[in-house]
Design a protein around this ligand. Structure first.
Ligand SMILES: [Zn+2]
Length: 100
């Protein structure tokens, strides 16, 4: 079972989260050619190892987070808010919340 340490709520079961996709994808401009959008949306790497993924804590704080996870072992290496401004809400001396 995958347990994800939400930086806002603490460690929770993955069933509370919704997978958003590969966090390394750079989406094209809205007026980019259809081929660029096809590439960004459908052509993905099938990484065998550590990758960054977006997840939403749908049944919790509803925040989007970026999870660095090993696809082979499901080990989570790091978790951070997806929006850089939200990282400022995290106290450096407090670290991630863990009210599980
Ligand atoms: Zn949360």
């Amino acid at each position: 079972m995958l347990r994800i340490p939400c930086p806002f709520c603490g460690t929770r079961d993955h069933s509370e989260f919704s997978y958003g996709g590969d966090a390394s994808v750079d989406y094209p401009a809205l007026d980019a050619p259809a081929e660029a959008w096809l590439e960004a949306v459908f052509q993905r790497e099938n990484i065998d190892g550590v990758q960054e993924e977006t997840w939403q804590h749908l049944h919790g704080c509803r925040m989007w987070i970026i999870v660095e996870r090993d696809t082979r072992t499901h080990e989570i290496h790091s978790v951070r808010p997806a929006h850089p401004g939200m990282a400022q809400t995290q106290s450096p001396e407090r670290g991630p919340a863990d009210r599980s």
